[in-house]
Design a protein around this ligand. Sequence first.
Ligand SMILES: Cc1ncc(C[n+]2csc(CCOP(=O)(O)OP(=O)(O)O)c2C)c(N)n1
Length: 320
Amino acid sequence: MPKPIIEVDRCKGCELCINACPEDVLAMSSEINAKGYFYPSVVHPDDCTGCRYCLLVCPDTAIQIENKGKVTTPPEALTGKTFSYCPGCTHGVIHRLVAETIDSLGIRDRTVGIAPVGCSVLAYEFFNCDMQEASHGRAMAVATGIKRGRPDLMVFTYQGDGDLASIGMAETIHAANRGEKITVIFVNNAIYGMTGGQMAPTTMPGQVATTCPTGRDVNLAGWPIRVVELLKTLRTPAYLARVAVHDPKNILNAKKAIRKAFKYQLDGTCFSLVEVLSTCPTNWGYQPHESCEWVEENMVPYYPLGEVKVPEEVPVQVGS
Ligand SMILES: Cc1ncc(C[n+]2csc(CCOP(=O)(O)OP(=O)(O)O)c2C)c(N)n1
């Protein structure tokens, strides 16, 4: 029988696994772990079907699945250090998807990630490949230099919406327009997370942020920018997609898109970008599961999911 194995001391008590389990296998324990968080325990092991939803949604890689004597393992492209993100923040899910992609393509020894300023500023601690810091908004310029100097390397950037669509917007448009052969993972959590929740170019109409305490007024701040649609107007970018990570089905789709974006770079196709709708429970002021619902109810209708542009010459098979 399959069953989840909880690595208790990695858990931050976000409860997303409990919400995701269709069989109520997990429940919150009344104990706290070494970090002071309540954590889930397996209360109905016989009901586990091995669907892995708990593993998929866990933002802290704190869950593995045991099945027929085998236990899943975290990706080798993650160092195993505990993420520094807030409880329930889906940066951790996106990290895992990127790391699984690197593992599955067998490119860890020639991959360079660029993490600029934002909550993921410490990503070099978490990705087990070469990592380079960039100043705020400049990840694609740094990626351009690395990729042009070493075209044999797989170069990806990992950028927030403040970074990519605000201070770095010019870098973004020009790197895409030049058709740099890099892969961009664009984490859109509709807010500046690291600096305490200021309005981003992607903040939703009416959404409260510290710099718009009565909600974003589109008459003053304009409408949120749809980055992949904007980039689609350029001739050069090869692959543009938007995905989300607020539930297991979307996480699986996100993994396919991220893999394709890396694969296109591997195949020599130019510029690929995946926008990932993500959560920021702390700055949004919601519980982690409420944040996931908020993505579905508020972000997805405005930021439609799917592939916005695919290379014409390359056969497109999601997940191949
Ligand atoms: C040149 C410069 N301007 C401003 C800042 C302050 N700053 C640090 S992170 C950040 C925004 C980060 O938001 P985002 O890119 O959306 O990433 P998140 O933290 O939400 O993951 C800002 C404005 C900075 N570090 N450098």
